[in-house]
Design a binder for this molecule. Structure first.
Ligand SMILES: Nc1ncnc2c1ncn2[C@@H]1O[C@H](COP(=O)(O)OP(=O)(O)OP(=O)(O)O)[C@@H](O)[C@H]1O
Ligand SMILES: [Mg+2]
Length: 362
């Protein structure tokens, strides 16, 4: 009731390159001022969707609405959209000022206002006073800040960011994540961000759209897609979940699952399941407790490998039947060694159940 119009809305869009359908039945509604991430493996159609918003690729079915208006027939130059790409795509022979001013000149903004707005945008990306520099005199991270300034300077309705951090080194990436979020919040701009990096998606987004082969697998907050993956694909793509195959042996207030690995676990199911049903128990590495701390369902295993991370360690633990699990557990006492016998545990509610077709049981 009284909800504001979505900033961007896709209604069942299809996009084809010749005979190849790159995006199928894609629907998504993006709230004004929110930060939405398209996350998925290479080739799943993320860039194609961004290009469709900008008018750089035609849709073959469905509708795209920006601020409640159909834009199918609106040409690129009439759409008010900021773009940042993976490669900085700055004009190499133009100064920072001219690079950032580009979209304003193009829109016939008066000169004094251009100078003021460029100054503001450079303040925003924390590169004040860099107007006279050339892109070649800036670091990769700085160039990407200029690209960001260029994209926001004309106050676009939507900011599109296509893997803007992937050309940067690890430290710079983390810094820029925080920076981009800050700028997005401060300007209140609606942002659509593309990445195939799950950490980037989880840390930056209000909502994540997990895509696979041109279609949506799940849309939700970072917590929802991580904690309650809707499909096996989402569970696996976001954070290397443990997927334990098994068969329901009893189901009433809790559900007993006989794992293919040979042990039986007790889990919470949203509803009773028929004994004999094939299910997959999905448990995140962080939900597994190990050693003396093992609680809930306890499985005996043997340490296959250990990666020490400081406060915690990642263990690969063989639990029999050619099945191993990955646990990410805080270190209490000492780090377990390879070959050592060890218990792993998880609470009955610390997992999600998938049915035979890989859909979450709800
Ligand atoms: N111009 C084009 N002509 C033909 N096929 C294309 C074209 N552009 C993209 N495709 C195909 O469409 C599919 C989606 O491509 P898209 O670039 O949207 O993927 P992506 O999710 O952005 O991948 P990446 O993470 O590698 O950037 C891919 O299979 C790709 O090969
Ligand atoms: Mg892409």
């Amino acid at each position: 009731m009284g909800a504001a119009k979505p900033a961007v809305e896709f209604r069942d869009i299809d996009i084809a390159y010749g005979k190849f359908v790159a995006v199928r039945d894609f629907s998504l509604s993006i709230r004004k001022g929110s930060f939405v991430t398209l996350l998925g493996p290479s080739g799943c159609g993320k860039t194609t969707i961004l290009r469709s918003i900008a008018g750089l690729v035609d849709i073959s079915g469905g509708q795209i609405m920006i601020d409640g208006r159909r834009v199918d027939d609106v040409p690129i130059y009439r759409r008010n959209i900021g773009l940042v790409f993976q490669s900085y795509a700055l004009f190499p022979h133009k100064t920072v000022f001219d690079n950032v001013a580009f979209g304003l000149k193009y829109r016939n903004v008066p000169k004094p206002e251009i100078a003021r707005k460029v100054g503001q945008a450079l303040d925003m990306v924390r590169l004040p006073g860099s107007e006279k520099k050339l892109p070649s005199q800036l670091s990769g991270g700085q160039q990407q800040r200029i690209a960001l300034a260029r994209a926001i300077v004309f106050e676009p309705q939507v900011l599109l960011l296509d893997e803007p951090l992937s050309a940067l080194d690890a430290n710079m990436r983390e810094e820029m994540r925080v920076e981009i979020k800050k700028i997005q919040k401060a300007t209140g701009i609606t942002a659509i961000f593309v990445t195939h990096d799950q950490e980037e998606a989880l840390s930056m987004s209000d909502r994540i759209v997990v895509m696979n082969a041109g279609s949506v697998e799940q849309i939700g907050t970072p917590e929802e897609v991580y904690e309650r993956p809707a499909t096996a694909f989402v569970a696996d793509f976001l954070g290397k979940a443990n997927m334990l195959a098994g068969t329901v042996s009893r189901s009433d207030s809790t559900t007993a699952v006989a794992l293919a690995a040979g042990q039986t676990v007790d889990v919470m199911s949203p509803r009773p399941l028929a004994p004999g049903s094939k299910v997959t128990v999905v448990v995140r590495p962080q939900k597994l407790s190990v050693g003396a701390a093992a609680s809930g369902n306890r499985l005996s295993g043997r340490v296959v490998s250990t990666s020490y991370l400081g406060g915690s360690a990642i263990y690969e633990i063989d639990i029999g039947g050619k099945t191993s699990v990955r646990a990410n557990a805080p270190i209490n006492g000492r780090v377990a060694r390879e070959g050592e016998a060890i218990e792993v545990g998880f609470d009955p509610g610390g997992c999600v159940l998938l049915d035979e077709s890989g859909q979450r049981i709800s």
